[in-house]
Write a protein that binds this ligand. Structure first.
Ligand code: ZN
Length: 150
């Protein structure tokens, strides 16, 4: 992901939405890290934000939920903003970011059956259409004749 990190501060962005509490600041390989609780899975210091790189991650000492990303990812996954809203929030003009396609499980598979909810409303529609069809004057006459013929 390549949102321009210089244009926003990942730590204050997350603090604004999640109320995280920074308990430790460290320099790791020359990059400043802020350790805090994780907006998703809690803890006290498992969540790391690095304002210089504009990224966050949750996986200190293999505890934590393993989430990572940048401000854009955070706004989508935690604040549940749309892509447009997230870009606006970060002050990034629409179209300056290359979107990463959703993972395969979220992609439309034309060979898979539709969702149960879709199927349910589909069957309701079929039932309704059948009843409506048999309720026309022509159909009523036909069904009487057919019943006599049987
Ligand atoms: Zn976490």
């Amino acid at each position: 992901m390549s949102v321009e990190s210089s244009r926003y501060d990942i730590r204050s962005l997350i603090e604004r939405y999640a109320g995280i509490k920074v308990v430790n600041v460290a320099m790791v390989h020359g990059v400043k890290e802020y350790h805090s609780n994780c907006p998703w899975c809690g803890g006290t210091d498992r969540f790391i934000t690095r304002p210089e790189t504009g990224r966050y991650s949750c996986a200190v000492r293999s505890t934590g939920c393993g989430r990572y990303g940048d401000g854009f990812d955070f706004l989508i996954e935690y604040a549940l903003l749309s892509r447009q809203e997230a870009l606006k929030e970060l002050g990034i003009e629409d179209g300056t970011r290359t979107f990463v396609p959703p993972p395969p499980s979220h992609q439309y598979d034309k060979n898979a059956p539709p969702s149960p909810k879709w199927q349910e409303s589909g069957w309701l529609l079929v039932e309704y259409a059948e009843k409506a069809l048999w309720n026309t004057p022509k159909a009523r006459r036909c069904s009487t004749i057919c019943a006599l013929a049987a």
